[in-house]
Ligand binder design. Sequence first.
Ligand code: PEP
Ligand code: MN
Length: 337
Amino acid sequence: MIIIMKPSATAAETEQVITRVRGIGLDVHLSQGEARAIIGVLGNTQGVDRASFEVMEGVEGTVRITQPFKVASREFKATDTEIKVGEVTIGGPGLVIMAGPCSVESRAQILETAHAVKAAGAHILRGGAYKPRSSPYSFQGLGEEGLQLLAAARAATGLPIVTEVMGVNEVPLVAEYADILQIGARNMQNYRLLQAVGKTDRPVFLKRGLSSTIQELLMSAEYILDSGNYNVILCERGIRTFETATRNTFDINAIPLLKQLSHLPVIGDPSHGVGKWDLVPAVAKAALAAGADGLMLEVHPQPALAWSDGAQSLKPERFAGLMVELRALAAALGKTL
Ligand code: PEP
Ligand code: MN
């Protein structure tokens, strides 16, 4: 349920409503807009008598949220959520590009990539230190050493870093290094992990599960929000379908639908979405045209030698060329890049 205050409501009237909500054992999320305050009521509101709030001073009305995801829904918060990471704002008029290798492999590799993507205009550096691999015999990531190398690349370039955390036990360590915590597709429904990152003060980059519906993605976001962390970024990274010609099927529909259903920022990841570097630019452009707030793109100095996901990684010069095209597209979309 949300309680909408009148534009003329005083701070004291808003406070009285909040006190009453807390008095019946529920919590609140206050969004103070320019025109009015909106009080989101958190918890089980099933038995709440809405009329008793509607008669309070300063209250314009109440609305019941019909979606199963509550805090993540547009009904709960009509305005787009903007998430600040250092100097970067995700979810605003500026498109945000996160770029870097699938895995952190060495100091030279991550530094070279970081400098290259920064020069081309990327805003955030990506790179995995803990890798969820289909085979236990594949490279599993450098672990803490990888985090240290990412921190060195951040120090050298000023780019904030996004990196995956795979397990509850590793959340404190990864949060120490990362500016944004990534939850990988395979962990989208690891609810204990979602709650653990929800208790940190780091924004969370939540990737859609391999075979997850849009509703399931939003319910997973709800776990993080419900744990107290309101900085959640949704990511469409392709889903599994009958089609095997590409690694996944990039669900372009998900982007405008997520923007419609939720106030959270949406990022497209065409690299994992298609799995083939030569298809990445077209799908990257399609994702932005569909309304994505930015992109995650895998870039590697020598894709043929990459320890993971080389087939879908762009060479730095191709990434730079794509950035030029994306800038022109951003202008056509009324956004900046
Ligand atoms: C990745 O970002 O490298 C990754 C493992 O992605 P996903 O979880 O979407 O497969
Ligand atoms: Mn990858």
